[in-house]
Design a protein around this ligand. Sequence first.
Ligand SMILES: [Zn+2]
Ligand SMILES: [Zn+2]
Length: 267
Amino acid sequence: MASPSPHTVQHRDAAELAAGYTRGVRLFDWFSITSWSLAMAAVAWRLAPALWESPWVALAAVVAGYLAADFISGFVHWLADSWGSVDMPVIGKALLRPFREHHVDAKAITRHDFVETNGNNCFISLAPAVACLLLPLDGAGWLFATVSLASLVVWIFLTNQFHKWSHEDAPPRAIDLLQRAHLILPRGHHDLHHRAPYNRTYCITAGWMNYPLDAVRFFPALERVVTALTGMLPRQDDIGVLAARMVAEAQAREATQAAAAQVSEVH
Ligand SMILES: [Zn+2]
Ligand SMILES: [Zn+2]
């Protein structure tokens, strides 16, 4: 794909992005982590007896939750990388800024403490955590659904931690082994995302869903739909309008070529 040269990509100022982690955002992170922890302690208390009684349903639900978390991590990452601006009120500083900063300074995440790393994910999974307390547990179907949701909430919580470890030069030994087995996001695999223009390999829990999503060009197709409906250009706040336009055009060309190749295969 013809990608914009490093000179075309215009990032925002790294120091300005880092300074966006204000006292207010930190308080918000503390609130999110505390509320999430209380809700999940109650969920564990509620689900423990049922998990003990139906271990196979529990195991299947945990795996389903992991796959769903990986997909959602990619989807939210794509949303936050591609749309909106750090200048937007509230969500700009609290939710979008970390994604913009991460492309300018990928190692910054390794210097973030526990609160800064995990606050956002606790906030977005607060409502599903509360839902795990309200959903029924009777019958294998409901048990599977509720445990899957609880598993999803736990893996979403761990996603930024897995992501942070994938950027560390020397993660703890046990983490290194999990990365090598590709049970959590491996370092080399996530490097594929960190190349301008940052338009692929978005999933950051395990990274397993990146293979099918990249193969079918899922996110570029979604971007064309959003642009057709709204006229918005993806990534313009992250890499500048010129580079963003070049990427959109290159992706459209790629899609046309792939469709043409499929047609000629059929004939
Ligand atoms: Zn990104
Ligand atoms: Zn990263």
